[in-house]
Ligand binder design. Structure first.
Ligand code: FAD
Ligand code: SF4
Length: 398
């Protein structure tokens, strides 16, 4: 095992330097541990190194000449799936929780890094190392806020655990991969979800208050493939709000600066990714990146209904039009937003083309954000694949 002595030096860091990424910090949790010693190399917002870490993790680089790999990263397989018996209360059908439980039950891992919520607040994240299926189940459903998942890493080393599964989003996983060799583990499995437009707890409150009819009773929400935000309330009712009706002018500053400058939407460094955006409405989207990811998926295959991924429509004109609309904070009246939602749902991009629509819209927006707010970082911070994606569109000059 790697000596822990270098970590100790980190304890001497002054409080002012505890978040070296400053306003770009996504609160991934690394800096709450003695692994802060590695922050200058490991932090996704200080040292973007997706290319090198992809090779380290998947034993080959992303093939930029393959249109699917350009967008979705290194992968062996992709599919749409849903659990035959969904887990009640999960974000979608609970594929993530099910894989984690199987891995624990079969002894493949001794613990699972996942995120429960605090007793007082269903959306306040509380990262834990789960050691029982019940603890994993209690972490189901998204806490749609920045979550310091890596803050528990010190406990992993202290516990002497050697086989670990980490569930997390892209920025957390980039820092994790960068310190992976320092953790003293024999085996690390990574189950990732895509992630975009995350917020602080205060930002989430503003989003809910600006968008939902009853912010205090929301238990779950998702930006769905039908171009609507679906809110689920405590009484089981569902509320939908068309994307085009969001109060963009009020919400512009809600998203965390880290998420406005992130280009790892699809969690490039996980072994297995479970999201929804490349799948038809109502289905989850699974991407197997490497052999470990395949091993993880195999454990639950008999509990899943699957189908091939599909793609239809053409996103390009919609993305190009959304660039100035977002930039100028245009908000449509609700009747027009609903109408546009209906039209775009009928003729708009679906399946993988919907995923490309979402990636293009966010990458162009984020490219402009970094260019304007951190011009000195632009060249090194934007990965090559993202530059190629952004290049397809005409952006405002400044
Ligand atoms: P469940 O079985 O309900 O398990 C959810 C898991 O997520 C839990 O294990 C929990 O530990 C973990 N988790 C919860 N909150 C966080 C958090 N804040 N940070 C890290 N881990 C967390 N998919 C897309 O296709 N497109 C997106 O734009 C997208 N955005 C997302 C944004 C966030 C903040 C998160 C957490 C996920 C996002 N996803 C996105 C993934 C998607 O919403 C589902 O989480 C995924 O499909 C798994 O669903 P499930 O029912 O299998 O998960
Ligand atoms: Fe530290 Fe993570 Fe914040 Fe970077 S994003 S400064 S590694 S806590």
């Amino acid at each position: 095992m790697t000596s822990v002595s270098p970590h100790k030096k980190a304890k001497a860091l002054k409080p002012s330097s505890r978040r070296p990424a400053k306003e770009l910090c996504s609160e991934c949790g690394l800096c709450d541990t003695y692994y802060i010693h590695y922050v200058k190399e490991a932090c996704a917002f200080i040292n973007q190194q997706i290319d090198q870490l992809e090779e380290q993790t998947h034993a080959r680089p992303r093939n930029l000449d393959d249109p699917d790999e350009l967008y979705f990263g290194v992968h062996q397989d992709m599919m749409a799936a849903r659990k035959i018996e969904p887990i009640p209360g999960a974000q979608w059908t609970g594929i993530v929780s099910t894989i984690a439980i199987e891995m624990l039950n079969r002894g493949m891992v001794e613990g699972v890094v996942c995120v429960q919520n605090t007793q007082e607040d269903r959306f306040q994240p509380m990262p834990i190392i789960a050691r029982t299926p019940e603890e994993i189940l209690a972490a189901r459903v998204n806490k749609p806020t920045l979550s310091p998942n890596l803050s528990v890493l010190e406990q992993v080393e202290k516990s002497g655990m050697k086989r670990l599964l980490v569930i997390g989003v892209g920025c957390q996983i980039q820092a994790l991969r960068a310190v992976e060799k320092q953790l003293g583990l024999e085996k690390l499995y990574v189950l990732g979800t895509p992630c975009v437009d995350n917020v602080t707890r205060a930002g989430l409150q503003k989003f809910l208050e600006t968008t939902s009819r009853s912010p205090d009773t929301v238990v779950h929400y998702e930006f769905m493939q039908d171009f609507r935000v679906h809110f689920k309330h405590e009484d089981g009712s569902t509320e939908t709000v068309p994307f085009f009706g969001l109060k963009t002018n009020k919400l512009k500053d809600v998203f965390a600066p880290s998420c406005m400058s992130c280009f790892d939407y699809v969690n490039s460094l996980a072994d297995l990714v479970v999201g929804y955006m490349g799948a038809p409405f109502g289905w989850q989207w699974i991407m197997v990146r490497n052999d470990q990811g395949r091993e993880m998926l195999e454990l639950v295959k008999d509990q899943l209904e699957t189908q091939q991924v599909m793609t239809s429509g053409d996103r390009k004109a919609a993305v190009q039009q959304s660039i100035p609309a977002y930039d100028q904070g245009v908000t449509l009246p609700m009747w027009a937003a609903k109408l546009m939602g209906v039209v775009i749902e009928k003729i708009g991009p679906k399946g993988l083309e919907y995923a490309r629509f979402s990636i293009d819209s966010h990458f162009t927006r984020n490219y402009l954000y970094v260019k304007r707010n951190h011009p000195e970082k632009l060249e090194a911070h934007v990965p090559e694949f993202a530059k190629q994606i952004v290049k397809q569109y005409k952006l405002p000059d400044s």
